[in-house]
Design a protein around this ligand. Sequence first.
Ligand code: SAM
Ligand code: FES
Length: 343
Amino acid sequence: MVDILDKAMRSHDLDKYEIVRLLSIDDVAQQELLFKAADKTRQQYLGTDVHLRGLIEFSNYCMNDCMYCGIRRGNRTLERYRIEPDEVIKVAAQAYRLGYRTIVLQSGEDSYYTGDVMCHIIRGIKEVADVAITLSIGERSYDDYRRMKEAGADRYLMRFETSNRGLYKKLHPRMDFDNRIQCLRDIKSLGYELGSGFLVGLPGQTVEDIADDILLLEELGADMVGIGPFIPHPDTPLRNCNSGCLDMVLKAVAVLRLVMPDINIPATTAVGTSDPFGRQKALKAGANVIMPNVTPLEYRQLYQLYPGKICIGENPQDCRICVEGLIRSVGRTVGTGYGGHNG
Ligand code: SAM
Ligand code: FES
């Protein structure tokens, strides 16, 4: 194991077998060695800054039916909301005043926000706030991606969820793995910084699948990667499945840091939900980004992708103060710039 870690720190190049070996470490002391190696690599390439992204969840309407997701179309019990475009611009301006230099606009796949509407929101935000804009609104046409980039969007976040085609098909009715990957390639080719990622602990997922997920992220040239544990939602078909294991998420974050040493890796909200110190642990295992929620309070409890989601009751200002405290508690500093992959 130590030989693989040495190689990873020297070359940042591991094959599938070596990745599986690292992900399979059970021994606590050996896991600690893996996390330390990732932490050292993060320090060497990116320093102590943790970048903050203000997350605006602007619509919980979704035309998809992902089997694990609390806002899936099939969840008829959920009250749906949309924040009107000009209101989204105002929320982004408030986040800018709170100090955020990146805004993430996330929603279900909601055709109410056409390419034109998204361009209006993006231009409106750029007029009032000096921020980088990340979109996380799912699969769109090439033309939409192009126009939104021209309107000023900087980054795009869309997880492929799992690289195992068979599993992808089972979990995503009427969706097509190849189309999702093509979208990610289009996004990258248009000059966006590309964010992607996957879920850990999906029913039927193996360690080999997770190794393939990491290799696919390398192949796609991802600039940022979110990895989260699957958390079963009571109003979805997967309600009785087990949650993903936090240790496996942390090992995946650490291995990813070793093979993609300078990318942005968030300590995800799902990690913070599965363990009260989950985000701190992720920051010590290679992560360098946190995405505090800046969605107006009245909507937050309606954007429950999974139960128990943290920060449902905190106002945006409190969330920022809390996250800054969290960052300092692990000896790190709060980033002040845009925090992109390329500066
Ligand atoms: N609609 C956009 C998309 O498809 O990329 C963005 C929103 S989507 C709800 C955001 C992410 O939530 C998904 O990529 C998925 O990984 C995560 N998610 C959904 N349900 C989850 C669950 N039960 N546990 C953990 N993460 C979940
Ligand atoms: Fe939101 Fe702590 S991160 S209140």
